[in-house]
Design a protein around this ligand. Structure first.
Ligand code: PLP
Length: 358
C-alpha cells in the first residue's frame, strides 16, 4: 500500500487501460482519446481554458513548462517559499533568467497575502507563484487572497497543485488562476509520468507577446500545441499508454464526482487525525491549514524514523514517507490520495503504527 507522499496506489482499471495495445500517436482513434483527455482535464481543473493538456514528464516538467513559457529573462517573479516545492519553483524561475524575489515562510504554515506583500517590496511583478498543496509539509495554501495580491502587483498567478488536484477543490476559473500544473501520481491515482497543465487567456497572451524564444525546445508550448491543437503535427512521440492511463483515471474521477471525492478525502483524513491523536501522536500544521491528501506527523522523541517505516513495510506491506529538509528525521508524511483514500487504509496505517510503536 502506497501511503506516502506519492506515488499513490493506482486503480486496477487504470493499470488495465495502460496494458492495451499501443496505437500510433497520429491514429485517428488516438486523436479522439486526446480530445477526451483535454475535456476531462478541464472539468477536473474547473476551467474553460483552451490551453489545457498533460505534458509528457512528471510534475517537475509541468513546473518547468509554466516557468519556461511564461517567463523571459529579466521578468520579475515573487515566489512563496515555505517548503521543498516552493524552493524548487524559485530555482526553476531563476534558471529561466527571471529576477526572483523569495518570500521565506515558516515550514508547516500557509502564507498570508500580507507576508507576500511585505516581501515583494512593492513595484510591478510579472508572476506570483505559490504551492497550493505543499507535499513536504502538509500545508494547504488559500488562493483567493493571493490572487488579489497578484492583481495589486500587476502579475499573473501560477499555482502548483500536484498534491491537491482531484483531492481538494482546485478552482482555476473561480479563483482567477492564470497557470497551474499537477502530476498524475497523487490524487489522480495514475502512475507518475504526466503533468497536466492549464493556462488562462491572459497567460496565453503573455506567451504570444514573448520576444525571446522559450529556452526549452521540448517544453515549448507554441510547438507542442501543434500536436495537441488542430494541426496534429508531430512534435515528440506521445507516451501513448500513459495517456490511456490518465484517460481512465479522469473518467473514474468524474464518475465518482468531484464533490464526493473531496468529501471522501476530508472524511478519511479526519479519521486518520483522530486515530493518530488516540495513539498520542501529534499532527503538524494548524487544523485550518491542513491538507486532506497528506498528513504530517511529529515523530515522538526516542522513536527511530527509519526502523518504524521499515517495520511498516515488512510487516504491513505499507509505505509511509519520511520528512524532507528541516522535517527530515522528525516527521512522517502519510498520504491518503485518490484511490488510496479509504477507511481500510486509515485502519491499516493506524494498526501498523500502533504495532510499530509498541
Ligand atoms: C507539490 C509538488 N510539486 C512538485 C512536485 C514534483 O513532481 P515530480 O516529482 O513528479 O517531478 C511534487 C512531487 O512530489 C510535489 O509534491
Amino acid at each position: 500500500m502506497l501511503m506516502g507522499p506519492g506515488p499513490s496506489d493506482v486503480d486496477d482499471a487504470v493499470l488495465s487501460a495502460m496494458a492495451r495495445p499501443t496505437l500510433g500517436h497520429l491514429d485517428p482513434d488516438f486523436l479522439g482519446i486526446m480530445d477526451e483527455i483535454r475535456a476531462m482535464l478541464r472539468a477536473v481543473f474547473r476551467t474553460e481554458n483552451e490551453l489545457t493538456m498533460p505534458m509528457s514528464g512528471t510534475g517537475s516538467a509541468g513546473m518547468e513548462t509554466c516557468m519556461a513559457n511564461l517567463l523571459e529573462p529579466g521578468d520579475r517573479v515573487l515566489v512563496g517559499v515555505n517548503g521543498v516545492f516552493g524552493t524548487r519553483m524559485a530555482e526553476v524561475a531563476r534558471r529561466c533568467g527571471a529576477e526572483v524575489v523569495e518570500c521565506e515562510g515558516e515550514w508547516g504554515r500557509a502564507f498570508t497575502a500580507d507576508q507576500l506583500r511585505a516581501a515583494s517590496g512593492g513595484g510591478r511583478f510579472d508572476l506570483v507563484a505559490v504551492v497550493h498543496a505543499e507535499t513536504s509539509t502538509g500545508v494547504l495554501q488559500p488562493i483567493p487572497e493571493i490572487r488579489a495580491l497578484a492583481d495589486e502587483l500587476g502579475a499573473l498567478l501560477l499555482i502548483d497543485c500536484v498534491t491537491s488536484l482531484a483531492g481538494h477543490a482546485v478552482e482555476i476559473d473561480g479563483w482567477g488562476v492564470d497557470a497551474a500544473y499537477s502530476g498524475t501520481q497523487k490524487c489522480l491515482s495514475c502512475p507518475p509520468g504526466l503533468s497536466p497543465v492549464t493556462f488562462s487567456a491572459r497567460a496565453v497572451e503573455k506567451m504570444r507577446a514573448r520576444e525571446a524564444p522559450v529556452q526549452s525546445w521540448y517544453l515549448d508550448l507554441s510547438l507542442i500545441q501543434g500536436y495537441w491543437g488542430e494541426e496534429r503535427s508531430y512534435h515528440h512521440t506521445a507516451p501513448i499508454n500513459m495517456l490511456y492511463g490518465i484517460h481512465e483515471a479522469l473518467r473514474l474521477i468524474l464518475e465518482e464526482g468531484l464533490e464526493a471525492r473531496f468529501e471522501r478525502h476530508a472524511r478519511n483524513a479526519a479519521a486518520l487525525r483522530e486515530g493518530l491523536a488516540a495513539l498520542g501522536l501529534e499532527v503538524r500544521v494548524p487544523a485550518d491549514e491542513r491538507l486532506n491528501s497528506l498528513t504530517t506527523v511529529a515523530i515522538p522523541d526516542g522513536v527511530d524514523d527509519g526502523a518504524t517505516r521499515r517495520f511498516l513495510l515488512e510487516h504491513y506491506g505499507l509505505e509511509i514517507g519520511g520528512g524532507l529538509g528541516p522535517m527530515k528525521g522528525n516527521t512522517w508524511r502519510i498520504g491518503l490520495m485518490g484511490t488510496g483514500s479509504t477507511e481500510r487504509n486509515v485502519a491499516l496505517c493506524l494498526a501498523g503504527l500502533r504495532a510499530a510503536l509498541g
